[in-house]
Design a protein around this ligand. Structure first.
Ligand code: SD4
Length: 336
């Protein structure tokens, strides 16, 4: 279950002005030296609160910011009630749970896995790819073989709940690829609570991020979304910031969304404006093709100032400050 301990949920009024109005001003003061700003963790969706808590705990005992984002990402991966990440994730059309994950620091370190089966902690396998191989991405059987050879346990990822959801879906399944199948449901469905992207900044200004998902429910077997692709689901750049995405991955992949957000911050935009620019670009590029589609970006700048923007209402994110205090925010959106 998602742990909401120590989570504050601001009213609509207190959200005016964004995160800086909510006690994070010390992280965002204009002109502050990068290393002067306090540590911060931000994560997508409501389950981000529990992820941030785990990440913060790791930082508190001397872990690096990379350790912290990995620890955070592992929380929804291990939670069988989260049906969009790790154990208990909804399977593809063939009933197979396949995981995508990436982890990245701000020193050129990156590792990822895609379409990986039978291992719960895809983010940790991604980190092992980063640290133990000359490569940046392993896929499918190769990723699983690598994980098992490096001490990760083999696990059955398809839980009874997820299998039931898949069997229910099969009753009406249309195997023609449907790009926005995950959105064919009322907003607020558990499947809205998508991929976790987690970004962090330590007190010395080091940045890191991770992103992990089981991808779109009932996707085609072999489909890989934005999440494990560097520059799409995640991008981190020293001295600039970091960005991550959630939602219909194809729309993020075709625009290299997270790299675009970071590029806009590099050019001087604040994180919210940079996320908004990427969403507006998708909207302009895709027009009617993205009606009812959700895409959300979450970013932090070099000082740890957070911002987010989404195509549709409903995208939330958790911000945890250096005191371990977490505030949930609804992202502003293009459509109500
Ligand atoms: C994907 N972006 O695989 C991920 C999953 C997600 O809404 O966030 N779904 O496309």
């Amino acid at each position: 279950m998602t742990d909401q301990t120590n989570v504050l949920r601001p009213s609509r009024r207190t959200l005016i002005g964004g995160a800086t109005a909510l006690g994070l001003a010390s992280a965002t003061r204009a002109g502050a030296a990068v290393a002067d700003a306090p540590a911060l963790l931000v994560s997508t969706w409501d389950f981000g609160a529990a992820a941030n808590k785990a990440g913060f705990a790791r930082l508190s005992v001397g872990g690096s910011i990379l350790d912290a984002v990995e620890a955070g990402a592992r929380v929804p991966e291990a939670d069988p009630e989260v049906h969009t990440v790790g154990l208990g994730g909804y399977p593809d059309r063939d009933g197979r749970v396949t995981l995508d994950a990436v982890i990245m620091d701000d020193k050129g370190g990156v590792g990822a896995v895609a379409a990986m089966e039978d291992v719960v902690h895809a983010v940790s396998v991604a980190r092992a790819v980063m640290e133990k191989t000359p490569h940046t991405l392993l896929v499918g059987d190769g990723a699983t073989q690598f994980a098992l050879a490096n001490g990760f346990e083999k696990a059955k990822l398809l839980t009874p709940d997820a299998e039931k959801a898949w069997r229910d879906w099969l009753k009406t399944a249309n195997y023609t690829p449907v790009a926005n199948i995950e959105n064919r449901k009322p907003l607020g469905d558990a499947r809205d609570h998508d991929t976790i992207g987690i970004l962090g900044r330590d007190g010395n200004g080091n940045l890191a991020g991770a992103c992990t998902t089981s991808g779109m429910a009932f996707k085609m077997h072999g489909r890989v979304g934005d999440s494990p692709q560097v520059g799409c689901g995640l991008y981190v750049e020293a001295g600039v910031g970091a960005a991550t995405s959630s939602g219909l991955g194809e729309e993020v992949t075709r625009t290299a969304g997270s790299a675009r957000v970071v590029a806009s911050m590099r050019a001087g935009m604040d994180p919210t404006a940079a996320c908004r620019e990427a969403v507006m670009h998708i909207a302009k590029l895709r027009g009617d093709a993205i009606r009812d589609v959700q895409v959300g970006f979450l970013a932090i700048d070099r000082n740890g100032c957070p911002g987010a923007f989404a195509l549709m209402a409903g995208f939330t994110y958790a911000v945890t400050d250096a005191q371990g205090r977490t505030v949930m925010h609804p992202a502003a959106s293009l459509q109500a």
